[in-house]
Design a protein around this ligand. Structure first.
Ligand SMILES: Cc1cc2nc3c(=O)[nH]c(=O)nc-3n(C[C@H](O)[C@H](O)[C@H](O)COP(=O)(O)OP(=O)(O)OC[C@H]3O[C@@H](n4cnc5c(N)ncnc54)[C@H](O)[C@@H]3O)c2cc1C
Length: 585
């Protein structure tokens, strides 16, 4: 056997080690935002932590020559590597603690090898080898986990390997009559959309991590995309899935609906690699939309806006996207949009500002509603805002489909929103948001580089409990960060709505304090998580459990629930080799 580092067929994950996106996507902050950070949070580029690639040390591989020979026999030499360049990018995800750890903890616990199987048989053979040899495995999709789901925890075994799904990258079949397609679990969102578009179809799943996350990752974490109001959460799109477990293959999801006992798909989705490796998903697809209509609204306050979103959802008015930013998020997005990252906004169109990822929502430059008259000729085209007023809460809506269907849903939704106190801002802010929506995460890296502490967290609850939950989480975050010696800006939005409730998504900006901002954030996150559990929210609406939320799972599902999970885990993974550090307490 030749050099184990050759890895001819093993692609490198595309993202930079220490940040979101590629090095080429990296942006710096404009002078105005730096000034704000200095004045309000007391931080500067000098006070921030910086990544030094030369300081990074990967833990040595614990696998023996015999292990590597056996693995190469299964996947082929070109699909196996112990090279640091391959192991390091699979060692961590993309949470803020992960990103800060690259700066703060350059000695990295890595998986002992990376393997990329080519078919179900190779996955089964790998799992059998892991069980026989006492080696754990962690499936790797796009590497975008924000809950520690990729932590290479050997769980008491002698080593751990990363199983990359890169070769499960094809559109295996498509059934236009049923509106279903079978796709490889390792496909990224953009590639899946590209393959489906060749047949005139789309999936419609657009989480903010869309550029890099994979279909298998979506299914295994119960992801929810920005168009969830129109197309549903990812778990609602999954008609069937294949999971290779150490004891055999499960094909779950046989008919469009079934009364044949508990739905096994629901047991497998969200299992985060703890039950095995998902190799393909059968997904509901829909024709590429003929039209997209946009309209933004302003509400005087969050409670009024939330009541309007509830009315839209309970009436079934049918927007494809509907989201509401609170006062703080609306104001910050306006401020950051007027100074796009790394450049002044003068002369930058609203689309340009959005494309630079100006904040979590990315409203247009020059004031919310300034582009309101743009429009698409529909009822939402002409905004009745005076323009330029930063107050209140911004609500964005999108409608996709045939011109008739999108038009009727738009008209119905807008009527409900206006009747509930919304003021139309026209189409501009919603268009700008759509254009720039995948650009925002690079802002987090730029803020971290400049000494800020920035992270997001999410939960969900019933409509009646939403205000209490929002207050409790915001209060817990603010107090904890103040105790650590920094003011904190806590912003919140609703971006996933249901007839009975909604998600709450928090973005926190504070100052890095002390030697260890990871510990500083861990403290704040613990306070927020305890507030969520005490106030009746779910510990996660779409980020999954991973390592970070595992301590709260028992409070969420109860002791019997945990026993059920453990029993299933034992049935399909008796040796406990499948992602032992994640999910199950
Ligand atoms: C900037 C940013 C924005 C985000 N926005 C959203 C959002 O809008 N909505 C949302 O839902 N999430 C979001 N996330 C979270 C993350 O993108 C999702 O959890 C995503 O679904 C993970 O997909 P992945 O392919 O990257 O999986 P990975 O990160 O590679 O893996 C996630 C977990 O699933 C397991 N896993 C992955 N693939 C498989 C497989 N084939 N079989 C078995 N187990 C597997 C892994 O072992 C791990 O435990 C965001 C994350 C970031 C960093």
């Amino acid at each position: 056997m030749s050099d184990m580092t050759s890895s001819d067929n093993l692609p490198l994950p595309p993202m930079a080690l220490s940040r979101w996106g590629t090095e080429a996507e990296a942006r710096d902050l404009g002078e105005g935002i730096r000034g704000l950070l200095r004045d309000v949070l007391g931080v500067t580029a000098e006070s921030g932590l910086h990544f030094d690639p030369a300081a990074v040390v990967a833990s040595p591989s614990r696998l023996t020559h015999a292990d590597l020979t056996a693995l190469a026999d299964i996947v082929g030499e070109g699909n196996l590597s112990t090279a640091d360049t391959q192991r390091l990018p699979r060692a961590r995800g993309k949470s803020t603690p992960d990103l800060l750890s690259w700066r703060l903890r350059p000695e990295v616990d890595c998986p002992d090898a990376v393997v990329a199987p080519r078919d179900d048989d190779e996955v089964a053979a790998l799992l059998a080898w892991c069980g026989r040899e006492g080696v754990a495995m962690v499936p790797f999709g796009g590497g975008t986990s924000v809950v520690g789901g990729l932590t290479p925890d050997a769980g008491g075994h002698r080593a751990v390997i990363s199983v990359d799904l890169a070769h499960f990258d094809s559109l295996e079949s498509i059934d236009p009559d049923s509106g279903e397609a079978v796709l490889g679990a390792g496909l990224s969102g953009p590639r899946a959309e590209e393959l489906l578009a060749e047949h005139g179809f789309s999936l419609g799943h657009f989480p903010q991590s869309f550029p890099y996350a994979t279909l298998g990752g979506y299914a295994m974490t119960r992801s929810s995309g920005q168009a969830s109001a129109g197309y549903g959460r990812f778990d609602e799109m999954v008609r069937g899935l294949t999971v290779v477990t150490p004891v055999g293959v499960i094909e779950a999801g046989r008919a469009p609906a079934s009364a044949a006992g508990p739905d096994l798909r629901q047991w497998l989705m969200g299992s985060e690699g703890a039950f095995g490796v998902c190799t393909r998903v059968r997904l509901r697809i829909h024709p590429v939309p003929q039209t997209v209509r946009h309209e933004a609204f302003r509400f005087p306050d969050f409670a009024t806006g939330a009541a309007a979103l509830r009315a839209v959802e309970q009436q079934g008015a049918g927007p494809t996207v509907i989201r509401l930013s609170d006062e703080a998020e609306t104001a910050v997005n306006l401020a950051t949009a007027t100074e796009a990252i790394g450049e002044r906004a003068e002369g930058v169109s609203s689309e340009g500002a959005g494309a630079e990822g100006a904040g979590a929502v990315g409203v247009g430059a020059g004031g919310v509603g300034a582009e309101g008259a743009g429009g698409d000729g529909g009822s939402g085209g002409g905004g009745d805002s005076a323009g330029g007023d930063a107050g209140g809460c911004l609500c964005l809506t999108l409608f996709e489909g045939t011109p008739e269907h999108a038009g009727s849903r738009h008209a119905e939704t807008r009527a409900v929103l206006l009747a509930h106190g919304g003021v139309s801002l026209g189409s501009g802010p919603a268009e700008a948001w759509e254009h720039g929506r995948f650009g925002a995460p690079v802002l987090r890296d730029a803020l971290l580089d400049n000494g800020a502490l920035v992270e997001t967290l999410e939960t969900a609850t019933d409509w009646s409990n939403l205000p209490a939950l929002r207050d409790a989480v915001a209060g817990a975050l603010t107090t904890s960060l103040e105790v650590s010696g920094t003011p904190a800006l806590v912003m919140c939005h609703i971006s996933h709505v249901y007839p009975t409730g909604a998600s709450l998504y928090f973005t926190v900006v504070a100052g890095q304090r002390g030697e260890d901002p990871v510990a500083q954030w861990t403290q704040a996150k613990r306070a927020a998580s305890e507030a969520i559990m005490a106030t009746g929210g779910t510990i996660t609406h779409h980020h999954a459990v991973g390592v970070d939320h595992r301590p709260y799972l028992e409070a969420e599902i109860g002791e019997v629930g945990v026993r059920m999970l453990r029993a299933v885990k034992h049935a399909v993974d008796p040796k406990g080799v499948c992602n032992p550090g994640t999910l199950i307490p």
